[in-house]
Write a protein that binds this ligand. Structure first.
Ligand code: NAP
Length: 327
């Protein structure tokens, strides 16, 4: 039986693995078969992770975290957890590849996934001009006109990145101001290849086998406008990847795993900030966090989850020692 199994391999999962490994628990990290490294794998330059004054590419940062975890004895498994049973003292985890793990403690660090617009045409043209990852697909749109939907840091980062390939990028945003951080917003607003369609939403995406354009609806006038475009990049946020846990752990109304948090009463057994509704199960990163969702905050909560798991395992060991002494 494992002492700690970590499900997920973004900054939260790998940081939890580094801490748990250095504490001597040799954790197993179920890192994902195609998604190892989490959402930062789809990011270009990360400029705000402390310790990298020149910036670092997202995939390189994740590779470094994985190597650091492995160096201290974490076992990284390229497989996906598909079924968990977390209610008993021995936690069970089954994977897509048919592996079965048993653990005394589990750390859920499954992150979040890209939100979709919810259009039929979006589904039909996904991978045929509709994309959720500029770094993955931007290359295919050399000299083309593109749409980016959203007004947050992701949308703006994607828009700026796509100007390397596109002749023009139009950012379609439902409000009249960006949510993105000031420095990124200023970059985009001043960019000669970036235009903005404010107070607008994508009503439909046109094309049979490839994107040919979009219909936008102006939310102030309700007027429909057609815009030529060969690609639509959707960057409207994320939903937590908590389906795996929905019958096992308490989730909030949007599916985020509920953890005790820093304001939990400081009572024995209740002072673990990343503790979920099940004893011995801890959660961290974007699957618990609707607010900050930064690599550094995910990493921080991953460290907390590992320390909480350590605390839990030490309590278990102490209880077992007392029970053995009193027999
Ligand atoms: P976000 O900050 O939640 O922004 C989502 C954007 O999409 C918002 O502008 C929102 O509009 C819009 N939106 C949401 N649902 C929509 C819908 N159904 N139709 C149309 N528009 C919709 O998400 P994010 O940009 O992915 O960023 C997530 C977190 O990661 C943030 O904390 C961000 O700072 C961080 N991040 C940082 C970097 C970086 O520093 N390099 C890069 C990427 C992300 P409203 O504004 O009206 O709500």
């Amino acid at each position: 039986m494992e002492q700690v199994v970590i499900i997920g391999s973004g900054p939260a999962g790998y940081t939890a693995a580094i801490y748990a490994a250095r504490a001597g628990y040799a954790p197993t990290v179920i890192a994902g078969s195609v998604t190892a490294g989490g959402n930062l794998i789809n990011t270009t330059e990360v400029e705000n992770f402390p310790g990298f004054p020149e910036g670092i590419l997202g995939p390189e940062l994740m590779e470094r975290m994985a190597n650091q975890a492995a160096r201290f004895g974490a076992k990284l498994v390229s497989d996906d957890a598909v079924e968990v049973s977390l209610t008993g003292a021995v936690k069970q985890i089954k994977t897509l590849g048919g592996q079965h793990f048993e653990a005394a403690a589990v750390i859920a660090a499954t992150g979040s996934s890209y939100k979709e617009l919810g259009l039929e045409s979006e589904k039909r043209l996904a991978g045929r001009g509709v994309s959720y990852c500029a770094t993955c697909d931007g290359f295919f749109f050399r000299g083309k006109e593109l749409i980016v939907v959203g007004g947050g840091d992701s949308a703006i980062e994607e828009a700026v990145f796509l100007t390397k390939f596109a002749s023009k990028v139009t950012v379609v945003h439902r409000r009249g101001e960006l949510r993105a951080s000031r420095i990124m917003a200023e970059r985009a607003l001043a960019h000669p290849q970036i235009e903005f369609a404010w107070h607008s939403v994508v009503e439909d995406i046109h094309g049979d086998s490839a994107v040919g354009g979009v219909t936008l609806r102006d939310l102030r006038s309700d007027q429909l406008n057609r815009l030529d475009a060969h690609g639509v990049f959707v960057a409207i946020g994320h939903t937590p990847n908590s389906d795996l846990f929905k019958d096992q752990l308490a989730l909030d109304r949007d599916g985020y795993i509920i953890v005790d948090g820093p304001s939990a009463p400081d009572e024995p057994g209740n002072a673990q900030h990343q503790a979920t509704s099940q004893p011995g199960v801890f959660a961290c990163g974007d699957v618990v966090d609707r607010t900050y969702r930064q690599a550094i905050t995910a990493a921080g909560s991953g460290a907390q989850a590992a320390l909480d798991a350590q605390d839990y395992l030490e309590e278990l060991a102490a209880d077992a020692a007392i029970a053995a002494a009193t027999v």
